[in-house]
Every structure is written in structure tokens, then in C-alpha cells.
Design a binder for this molecule. Sequence first.
Ligand SMILES: [Zn+2]
Length: 301
Amino acid sequence: MDKQKSFLSINEIFNYLKCTPGARCVSEGEEFLNAGHIILCGIKSIIESKICLYALCLQTSALTSHPHEINGSIEMEKLKNDINYKIKLVEFLCSCKAGASGRCKHVSAILIQCTRENILEFEKISSTDIKCVWSTRKETSVHNYKPRPLIDTNCIKAHDLNMPSTVSEIDILKILIQTNPNSALAKHSIGRIMLVDGLNINDDNDDVKLEKYIANCTDWKKKVTNYFNSKKISNDYTCHGEYEEGNAHNACISKTGAIVEETGIIVSNSNPWLSYSPDGIIMDNHVPKKLLEIKCPYLGK
Ligand SMILES: [Zn+2]
């Protein structure tokens, strides 16, 4: 008598997973299977036409932890030729975070396994096997996945990085900054002037000016003390400015008809260490258009 064949059809997999061949769970499931991450796939029970499958799949992010457990049931229907079976997937569940959907990459890997091997020839596993399978297979399974340097991996080997061995870290940094001018690293570097030799920094940039100002300060202790314990400077000129500022503000509004919003301190979005306090913001149709800076010259009083 011919050997009975029970292979899962690819069509049934896509119907069950409700996905297309390009779906991520399918491609990742195939990679899992090809990489040997399925360490057990067997039959737990057969009740009439229903077969319960049980499988273990290594956790890639925690190889020594207990593997993901996959439980599934399928219905087998013998076809007229008495040799082939039509297999219908009933339900699959996996212990991983996405496993309750029954459509995770681990389930997908098991289903692909069912297209490659005759399901009726899967090993039969008892409840005792299930209990001790991990302890007996752990060592050999984990042995296959010893840590290796990144440079030894195929994806790195496949690329000729064409990087001269003399290239310095500072040169790499320079290339990164110049080729990605909008990256956080580039903005931070330019704002803070990491003194990268040869880096094309625009000296007119306000951030650069501020950095140079900071860099030029030699007595930070004195500067900080003065900043936090500042003595109020008061003389005829400043008193005049303080006294007249409100009048100047009102005069500006009445003369120009400008709509002026008063704000407190404004912090730069792109450079949060930079802030200023304008005397006012001139609005045009609810859009800020100009800054108002009030000066009250003493000689003009
Ligand atoms: Zn899973």
C-alpha cells in the first residue's frame, strides 16, 4: 500500500493567517524555521480526525529562557485516492506576547514545517516528554547560538565596507555629521561646537557665537556667582528706562495700531538651552510677525 501523505497546503496557511505571501509573519516564520529555532514539533494526541500538535520555539531574545510553546489543532480529511489528506487548520495558540492571536511568527514557522514534512510522521510526544523536553534539549539548542563578533556575521562579511583601516573616529563623526545635517547629532554638534577639525561651521550662526562667548569666559566661578547673586544696577539711565518702558509700549501700540502679545521667557525648540524674553511679539492675523524691543534713550527724554 502507498504511504499516506499529509502535507499542509500553502494556500491553507495564507487562508488561516489571513495574509499575503509578503506578510512579515510568514517571512519571519520561514526564517525561524530555517535557522533551526523550532526545537520540537510533534503530535500530542489523535482523536478521530483531529490531531493536536505541540511545538517549542527558541526565544531569540532570551535563548536560555523556556521556549515559546505552540499548541494547535488540525482536522484531517482523507481524499478519495485514500493516500492524500486534506488538512484544515482549526486553532493555534502561542505563549509569546503576540501568540493569543494565533497568528504570530512562531505559529507561522510551525505551519510552514507542516508543508515540508509529512504530519503523520511527526514524533509522538507524551505529557512526560513535554515536561522534560526543554531540560534535555536546552544544552544542545543553546550551544548552536554562542555569541560571535558582529564582524563574523554573514551580513557584514557580504559587504565590502571599503573603509580604510586608518580612518579615525573623529573622521567617522565628521562624515556622519556632514551627511546627516538634520540629525540630532549634527544639530547638537554644531550648537555645542564640538571642535571637529575641518568641519564647515558657519561662523554667523547664533549658536556658534553663543558657544564662542561661553568658551571665552575664563572665570566661571565669578560669572556664576554674579549670575545667581546679581546686584541690581540702578542709575539715572536705568531708572528712566524702567519708568518709561510702559509709556513707550502704549505709544507704540497707539501709533502703529499693532497687536502686541506679551510673553514671558521663550525657549528655542531646536536648541532648548537657548532662550530670550522679548518686550512683545507683534501679531498679524494671529501669526507672530515681528519682535518688539523697546529702548528709551536718556538723551531723548
Ligand atoms: Zn509566538
